[in-house]
Design a protein. Structure first.
Length: 231
Protein backbone atom coordinates (compact mmCIF):
# COMPACT_ATOMS: atom_id res chain seq x y z
CA UNK A 1 0.00 0.00 0.00
CA UNK A 2 3.01 2.28 0.35
CA UNK A 3 3.21 2.33 -3.45
CA UNK A 4 -0.31 3.58 -4.04
CA UNK A 5 0.19 6.28 -1.42
CA UNK A 6 3.48 7.33 -3.00
CA UNK A 7 1.73 7.53 -6.37
CA UNK A 8 -1.03 9.68 -4.86
CA UNK A 9 1.58 11.98 -3.33
CA UNK A 10 3.44 12.20 -6.65
CA UNK A 11 0.24 13.21 -8.45
CA UNK A 12 -0.55 15.78 -5.77
CA UNK A 13 2.99 17.14 -6.20
CA UNK A 14 2.45 17.40 -9.98
CA UNK A 15 -0.76 19.34 -9.33
CA UNK A 16 1.00 21.66 -6.89
CA UNK A 17 3.87 22.28 -9.31
CA UNK A 18 1.52 22.90 -12.23
CA UNK A 19 -0.48 25.39 -10.15
CA UNK A 20 2.60 27.21 -8.91
CA UNK A 21 3.91 27.49 -12.47
CA UNK A 22 0.86 29.50 -13.51
CA UNK A 23 0.21 31.32 -10.23
CA UNK A 24 -2.83 29.29 -9.21
CA UNK A 25 -3.75 28.07 -5.72
CA UNK A 26 -3.44 24.25 -5.60
CA UNK A 27 -6.49 24.16 -3.32
CA UNK A 28 -8.56 25.29 -6.33
CA UNK A 29 -7.87 22.04 -8.19
CA UNK A 30 -9.65 18.95 -6.94
CA UNK A 31 -8.07 15.55 -7.47
CA UNK A 32 -10.53 12.86 -8.56
CA UNK A 33 -8.97 9.40 -8.16
CA UNK A 34 -10.29 7.32 -11.07
CA UNK A 35 -10.62 3.85 -9.57
CA UNK A 36 -12.37 2.04 -12.44
CA UNK A 37 -11.28 -1.61 -12.77
CA UNK A 38 -9.38 -1.46 -9.45
CA UNK A 39 -10.62 -3.24 -6.34
CA UNK A 40 -12.45 -1.63 -3.44
CA UNK A 41 -9.40 -2.41 -1.28
CA UNK A 42 -7.38 0.14 -3.27
CA UNK A 43 -10.05 2.78 -2.66
CA UNK A 44 -10.03 1.91 1.02
CA UNK A 45 -6.25 2.33 1.14
CA UNK A 46 -6.42 5.76 -0.48
CA UNK A 47 -9.25 6.70 1.85
CA UNK A 48 -6.99 6.02 4.82
CA UNK A 49 -4.57 8.52 3.28
CA UNK A 50 -7.28 11.17 3.09
CA UNK A 51 -8.52 10.83 -0.50
CA UNK A 52 -12.32 11.27 -0.67
CA UNK A 53 -13.31 11.80 -4.33
CA UNK A 54 -13.37 8.68 -6.53
CA UNK A 55 -14.39 8.28 -10.16
CA UNK A 56 -16.01 5.24 -11.78
CA UNK A 57 -16.93 4.53 -15.42
CA UNK A 58 -19.33 1.60 -15.21
CA UNK A 59 -22.70 1.90 -13.46
CA UNK A 60 -22.71 -1.63 -12.05
CA UNK A 61 -19.12 -1.37 -10.81
CA UNK A 62 -19.99 1.94 -9.15
CA UNK A 63 -23.01 0.38 -7.40
CA UNK A 64 -20.98 -2.63 -6.24
CA UNK A 65 -18.20 -0.51 -4.79
CA UNK A 66 -20.66 1.84 -3.09
CA UNK A 67 -22.19 -1.18 -1.39
CA UNK A 68 -18.86 -2.68 -0.31
CA UNK A 69 -17.66 0.70 0.99
CA UNK A 70 -20.99 1.88 2.42
CA UNK A 71 -19.51 2.55 5.85
CA UNK A 72 -17.20 5.18 4.32
CA UNK A 73 -20.11 7.51 3.96
CA UNK A 74 -18.07 10.62 3.20
CA UNK A 75 -16.64 9.20 -0.03
CA UNK A 76 -17.74 11.42 -2.92
CA UNK A 77 -18.56 9.19 -5.90
CA UNK A 78 -18.25 10.63 -9.39
CA UNK A 79 -19.60 8.88 -12.47
CA UNK A 80 -17.41 9.64 -15.49
CA UNK A 81 -18.31 6.96 -18.03
CA UNK A 82 -20.73 6.83 -20.95
CA UNK A 83 -24.24 6.43 -19.55
CA UNK A 84 -27.04 4.41 -21.20
CA UNK A 85 -30.73 4.81 -20.34
CA UNK A 86 -30.99 1.37 -18.77
CA UNK A 87 -28.21 2.19 -16.26
CA UNK A 88 -29.32 5.60 -15.06
CA UNK A 89 -31.01 4.32 -11.90
CA UNK A 90 -27.81 2.76 -10.53
CA UNK A 91 -26.05 6.07 -11.06
CA UNK A 92 -28.91 8.20 -9.72
CA UNK A 93 -28.86 6.17 -6.51
CA UNK A 94 -25.11 6.17 -5.98
CA UNK A 95 -23.28 9.10 -7.54
CA UNK A 96 -22.85 12.59 -6.11
CA UNK A 97 -21.55 13.80 -9.48
CA UNK A 98 -22.07 12.84 -13.14
CA UNK A 99 -19.56 14.33 -15.60
CA UNK A 100 -20.79 12.82 -18.84
CA UNK A 101 -24.16 14.36 -19.68
CA UNK A 102 -24.49 14.84 -23.43
CA UNK A 103 -28.21 14.14 -23.95
CA UNK A 104 -31.26 15.65 -22.25
CA UNK A 105 -33.02 12.30 -22.06
CA UNK A 106 -30.33 10.86 -19.78
CA UNK A 107 -30.39 13.97 -17.57
CA UNK A 108 -34.16 13.75 -17.31
CA UNK A 109 -34.00 10.14 -16.18
CA UNK A 110 -31.32 10.87 -13.59
CA UNK A 111 -33.38 13.69 -12.14
CA UNK A 112 -36.53 11.56 -12.02
CA UNK A 113 -34.71 8.59 -10.46
CA UNK A 114 -32.70 10.52 -7.88
CA UNK A 115 -33.94 9.46 -4.42
CA UNK A 116 -35.56 12.49 -2.80
CA UNK A 117 -33.69 12.04 0.49
CA UNK A 118 -30.42 12.72 -1.37
CA UNK A 119 -29.19 16.14 -2.52
CA UNK A 120 -29.38 16.93 -6.26
CA UNK A 121 -26.75 15.28 -8.45
CA UNK A 122 -23.95 17.64 -9.48
CA UNK A 123 -23.71 17.69 -13.25
CA UNK A 124 -21.10 18.47 -15.85
CA UNK A 125 -21.99 18.54 -19.54
CA UNK A 126 -19.47 16.61 -21.61
CA UNK A 127 -18.32 18.59 -24.63
CA UNK A 128 -16.64 17.15 -27.71
CA UNK A 129 -13.81 19.68 -27.96
CA UNK A 130 -11.72 17.79 -30.51
CA UNK A 131 -14.45 17.32 -33.09
CA UNK A 132 -13.38 13.69 -33.52
CA UNK A 133 -16.45 11.71 -34.62
CA UNK A 134 -15.52 8.81 -32.34
CA UNK A 135 -15.61 11.02 -29.25
CA UNK A 136 -18.52 11.38 -26.86
CA UNK A 137 -19.87 14.75 -25.90
CA UNK A 138 -22.20 17.42 -27.15
CA UNK A 139 -20.92 19.67 -29.96
CA UNK A 140 -19.74 23.09 -28.66
CA UNK A 141 -22.53 24.91 -30.54
CA UNK A 142 -25.17 22.80 -28.79
CA UNK A 143 -23.95 23.32 -25.23
CA UNK A 144 -26.09 26.38 -24.54
CA UNK A 145 -29.32 24.65 -25.53
CA UNK A 146 -28.50 21.56 -23.46
CA UNK A 147 -27.54 23.67 -20.42
CA UNK A 148 -30.85 25.49 -20.61
CA UNK A 149 -32.79 22.22 -20.47
CA UNK A 150 -30.64 20.51 -17.84
CA UNK A 151 -30.66 23.53 -15.51
CA UNK A 152 -34.43 23.21 -15.16
CA UNK A 153 -34.37 19.67 -13.79
CA UNK A 154 -35.17 19.70 -10.06
CA UNK A 155 -32.92 16.89 -8.86
CA UNK A 156 -29.84 18.02 -10.80
CA UNK A 157 -27.45 20.87 -10.12
CA UNK A 158 -25.55 22.07 -13.18
CA UNK A 159 -21.97 22.72 -12.01
CA UNK A 160 -19.81 22.87 -15.11
CA UNK A 161 -18.30 21.30 -18.20
CA UNK A 162 -16.13 18.29 -18.87
CA UNK A 163 -13.96 17.25 -21.81
CA UNK A 164 -11.56 14.59 -23.00
CA UNK A 165 -9.25 16.20 -25.56
CA UNK A 166 -7.54 14.45 -28.41
CA UNK A 167 -4.87 12.09 -27.16
CA UNK A 168 -1.83 14.21 -27.92
CA UNK A 169 1.48 15.23 -26.40
CA UNK A 170 1.42 18.50 -28.30
CA UNK A 171 0.71 21.09 -25.63
CA UNK A 172 -0.51 23.59 -28.26
CA UNK A 173 -3.25 21.22 -29.43
CA UNK A 174 -4.23 20.43 -25.85
CA UNK A 175 -4.30 24.11 -24.91
CA UNK A 176 -6.57 24.92 -27.88
CA UNK A 177 -9.02 22.18 -26.96
CA UNK A 178 -9.10 23.05 -23.26
CA UNK A 179 -9.69 26.67 -24.27
CA UNK A 180 -12.91 25.65 -26.03
CA UNK A 181 -14.24 24.45 -22.66
CA UNK A 182 -13.00 27.55 -20.83
CA UNK A 183 -14.75 29.84 -23.31
CA UNK A 184 -17.99 27.89 -23.20
CA UNK A 185 -18.02 28.11 -19.42
CA UNK A 186 -17.53 31.87 -19.63
CA UNK A 187 -20.41 32.14 -22.12
CA UNK A 188 -22.71 30.19 -19.83
CA UNK A 189 -21.67 32.27 -16.83
CA UNK A 190 -22.41 35.44 -18.81
CA UNK A 191 -25.94 34.09 -19.26
CA UNK A 192 -26.37 33.66 -15.55
CA UNK A 193 -25.41 30.03 -14.93
CA UNK A 194 -23.46 29.71 -11.68
CA UNK A 195 -20.82 27.26 -12.89
CA UNK A 196 -17.72 26.53 -10.83
CA UNK A 197 -16.32 23.37 -12.40
CA UNK A 198 -14.07 22.61 -15.35
CA UNK A 199 -13.48 18.86 -15.32
CA UNK A 200 -10.42 18.43 -17.51
CA UNK A 201 -7.01 16.81 -17.22
CA UNK A 202 -6.01 13.15 -16.85
CA UNK A 203 -2.76 11.30 -16.05
CA UNK A 204 -1.03 12.43 -19.24
CA UNK A 205 -2.26 15.99 -19.63
CA UNK A 206 -3.06 17.36 -16.18
CA UNK A 207 -0.38 20.07 -16.39
CA UNK A 208 -1.84 21.49 -19.62
CA UNK A 209 -5.34 21.30 -18.14
CA UNK A 210 -4.31 23.16 -14.99
CA UNK A 211 -2.57 25.84 -17.03
CA UNK A 212 -5.87 26.23 -18.92
CA UNK A 213 -7.85 26.67 -15.67
CA UNK A 214 -9.08 23.17 -14.80
CA UNK A 215 -10.74 22.90 -11.38
CA UNK A 216 -10.88 19.10 -11.30
CA UNK A 217 -8.43 16.57 -12.71
CA UNK A 218 -9.48 12.94 -13.24
CA UNK A 219 -6.45 10.77 -12.62
CA UNK A 220 -6.44 6.98 -12.93
CA UNK A 221 -3.30 5.19 -14.10
CA UNK A 222 -0.85 7.65 -12.51
CA UNK A 223 -2.29 6.64 -9.11
CA UNK A 224 -3.48 3.04 -9.50
CA UNK A 225 -1.12 1.81 -12.22
CA UNK A 226 -1.93 0.29 -15.59
CA UNK A 227 -5.49 -0.93 -16.08
CA UNK A 228 -5.87 -4.52 -17.31
CA UNK A 229 -9.05 -3.89 -19.23
CA UNK A 230 -9.95 -0.59 -20.75
CA UNK A 231 -12.99 1.65 -20.64
C1 LIG B 1 -10.30 6.40 -17.35
C2 LIG B 1 -10.64 7.84 -17.37
C3 LIG B 1 -9.81 8.80 -16.76
C4 LIG B 1 -8.47 8.45 -16.15
O1 LIG B 1 -7.54 8.23 -17.17
P1 LIG B 1 -5.98 8.06 -16.86
O2 LIG B 1 -5.35 8.31 -18.17
O3 LIG B 1 -5.81 6.64 -16.39
O4 LIG B 1 -5.61 9.05 -15.83
C5 LIG B 1 -10.23 10.12 -16.76
N1 LIG B 1 -11.40 10.49 -17.32
C6 LIG B 1 -12.21 9.61 -17.92
C7 LIG B 1 -13.49 10.09 -18.52
C8 LIG B 1 -11.86 8.26 -17.97
O5 LIG B 1 -12.68 7.40 -18.59
Amino acid sequence: MATIFTALQDVQARIDTACTAVGRNPAAVKLLAVSKTFPAADIQALYQFGQRAFGENYAQELANKCQILAEYNDIEWHFIGPLQSNKTRLVAENAAWVHTIERFKIAERLSAQRPTHLPPINICLQVNVSGETTKSGVAPEQVLALAEQVAKLPQLCLRGLMCIPESSHDSEILAQQFLVLVQLKAQLQARGYALDTLSMGMSNDLESAIAADSTLVRVGSAIFGQRHYSS
